[in-house]
Design a protein around this ligand. Sequence first.
Ligand code: CMP
Length: 139
Amino acid sequence: MAIKQTLSMIKPDGVKRGLIGEVIGRFEKNGLKIKAMKMLHLTKAQAQQFYAVHQERPFYGSLTEFMSSGPIVALILEGENAIQVNRDLMGATDYRQAAAGTIRADFARDIEANIVHGSDAAETAKTEIAFFFNELEKV
Ligand code: CMP
C-alpha cells in the first residue's frame, strides 16, 4: 500500500470543546504521522474559498460562517492509505450515520459542526494541503 498524505482540520467546535488532543491522539494511535500542523482563524472569504466546491449547496453560507467563527487546527497526515484511514477514523459526515467509535459518532451532535474535516480523494488532498501549507512548513 502506498504512503499517502491527507489534509485534516479540527473545526471550531472541536477546538472550542477541547478535543484537539483527543483527535490527534486517535490519528497517532492509528498509524497516521503528523507532517505539518498549525492553528489559525479563517476569515469568511478563506472559508468560502476552501469550501468553494459546495457553493451551490443550501448549507454553504452557514457552513462558511461556522468555519470562520473560531480557530481551527489544520494538519497534514501521512501513512499507508492515509485518506481512507482518516475517513474511517472520522466516520460519516452526519454523526447519526457514523459508525460507533468514530470521532463524529463519539463527539459530534450536529451535521455541520462535526468536529473534523478530511480530504475525500487524492486530488482534493493535494489542493487542500496546498491551501494551508507551503513547502517550508512540511517536515
Ligand atoms: P466536511 O467533511 O467538512 O465537508 C463539508 C461540510 O459541510 C461537512 O463536513 C459539514 O460540516 C457540512 N455539511 C455537509 N452536509 C451538510 C448538511 N446537510 N447540512 C449542513 N452542513 C452540512
